[in-house]
Design a protein around this ligand. Structure first.
Ligand code: NAP
Ligand code: GDD
Length: 392
């Protein structure tokens, strides 16, 4: 996908679809949600950030050439930190539903970029809500806010439900706390159909490579295929409630189909430590791990070979950690008929298999001995010197 296509919404090829606007369409959830809405007959508009190279890998398979008739998927350049840009996009698209999935979504990174995180994650949400209001779309446009179980942070209550008090303990969670409450406020103050999905961790083969589950499944595959030497992790004892992203985006959609907005927890109700996930993923990749040592000196050994495959690197510790997130999704089950069905084992296996597939492709490329274009560009003399060695 080489260029974002702006402009007014194309007519729905079926003539009866709703129009949705997804901010964060290039992310894990954005990709699954765009797929779901297209399958339901929506016209889908996505907001993507300008980047110095392509960043649409997750949605390339649903790309539609804007020159063709009846296009139902369009992209717009945009950024949550740019009010006028968001205002213009909302005005052009006139969406029935806005899904605000865009965010600086990495908790550890938010300690390093707290101001940017607040701008994008907190004020970005306000900018959308104001756009709806300023443009007189309060009766037409429904709004979904990607809220998070990180809001519960340091709570000692478990499991956590819509009634559990929030105790955010990162710049990310503090920014998302503002976004949560401003969404609630616009619902009550102006009657907007605005909802918070308080989603617990959800993963998939599309998960970003620096989140812990994907970091683990990717490393397990690459270690198995000899592409990597060792995996470095932080706190192995944090526990999270891991579900499958594909199922969670269906819950987002269900929230916007209700007669009024509301706030809903989506979770599986099962907590798993990073250590347990690590053991499971490595087993699927063909390694039996055993742990030796303690604290920063702890290592994960391959039981068959004694080789150290996992080490602790304190740079992945967080200044304040969230020890346990475990959700109670009773309200979503009762009011949205939402039920997660994919087990942790199935999720983990799917992620490992996808990463084994990717790693095998990379190994084949390496074994072929053929240099990539990027490698050739960076050889002495660059691509031209390679060209000179080729028969004319
Ligand atoms: P993700 O993969 O990191 O995707 C985030 C998306 O936001 C990407 O498309 C990213 O664009 C975009 N984005 C970041 N900053 C932006 C900005 N300033 N302006 C416009 N777009 C921006 O996250 P995800 O896992 O799909 O999560 C989706 C949302 O749910 C996020 O808001 C996250 O905080 C929240 N959430 C996630 C989970 C979870 O477990 N996955 C749980 C609860 C809540 P680029 O592709 O250009 O980076
Ligand atoms: N990322 C990462 N990298 N996390 C590690 C590592 C590591 O090397 N080692 C241990 N962890 C631990 C973290 O300290 C944390 O306790 C746990 O693994 C999960 O970390 P992440 O996968 O980064 O996810 P998260 O729980 O912090 O945040 C995700 O879930 C939230 C919902 O609860 C993100 O998707 C957020 O956007 C989302 O709101």
């Amino acid at each position: 996908m080489d260029e974002a296509q702006s402009g007014s919404a194309a007519p729905d090829s079926h003539g009866h679809g709703k129009v949705a606007l997804i901010a964060g369409v290039t992310g894990q959830d954005g990709a699954y949600l765009a797929e779901l809405l297209l399958a339901k007959g929506y016209v889908v508009h996505g907001i993507k950030r300008r980047a110095s190279s392509f960043n649409t890998q997750r949605i390339d398979h649903i790309y539609q050439d804007p020159h063709h008739a009846g296009v139902r998927f369009r992209l717009h350049y945009g950024d949550l930190t740019d009010s006028t840009n968001l205002l213009r996009i909302v005005q052009e698209v006139q969406p029935d539903e806005i899904y605000n999935l865009a965010a600086q979504s990495h908790v550890r990174v938010s300690f390093e970029t707290p101001e940017y995180t607040a701008n994008a994650d907190a004020l970005g949400t306000l900018r959308f809500l104001e756009a709806i209001r300023i443009l007189g779309l309060s009766d037409k446009t429904r709004f979904y806010q990607a809220s998070t179980s990180e809001l519960y942070g340091a709570t000692t209550e478990a499991p956590q439900s819509e009634r559990t008090p929030f105790a955010p303990c990162s710049p990310y969670a503090a920014a998302k706390l503002y976004a949560y409450w401003i969404t609630v406020n616009y619902r009550s103050a102006y009657g907007l159909h605005a909802s918070n999905g308080i989603l617990f961790n959800h993963e998939s083969p599309l998960r970003g490579e620096t989140f812990v589950t994907r970091k683990i499944t990717r490393a397990a595959a690459r270690l198995q295929l000899g592409l990597e030497e060792c995996l470095y992790l932080g706190n192995l004892d944090a526990r999270r409630d891991f579900g499958h992203a594909r199922e969670y985006v269906a819950g987002m959609w269900a929230m916007l189909q209700r007669p009024t907005g509301g706030d809903f927890v989506l979770a599986t109700g099962r907590a798993t430590s990073v250590r347990e996930f690590l053991l499971m993923a490595f087993r699927f990749a063909g390694f039996d791990l055993a742990f030796r040592g303690q604290g920063r000196d702890e290592v994960g050994l391959c039981q068959q070979t004694g080789r150290v495959l996992v080490r602790i690197d304190p740079q992945y510790f967080r200044p304040t950690e969230v020890p346990l997130l475990l959700g109670d999704a009773t309200k979503a089950r009762q009011e949205l008929a939402w039920e997660p069905r994919v087990s942790l084992e199935e999720l983990c296996r799917e992620m490992v298999e996808a990463d084994l597939y990717r790693a095998a492709q990379e190994r084949r490329q390496r074994e072929s001995g053929q240099l990539t274009a990027e490698q050739l560009i960076h050889t002495p003399g660059g691509f031209l010197s390679w060209l000179a060695t080729q028969p004319t």
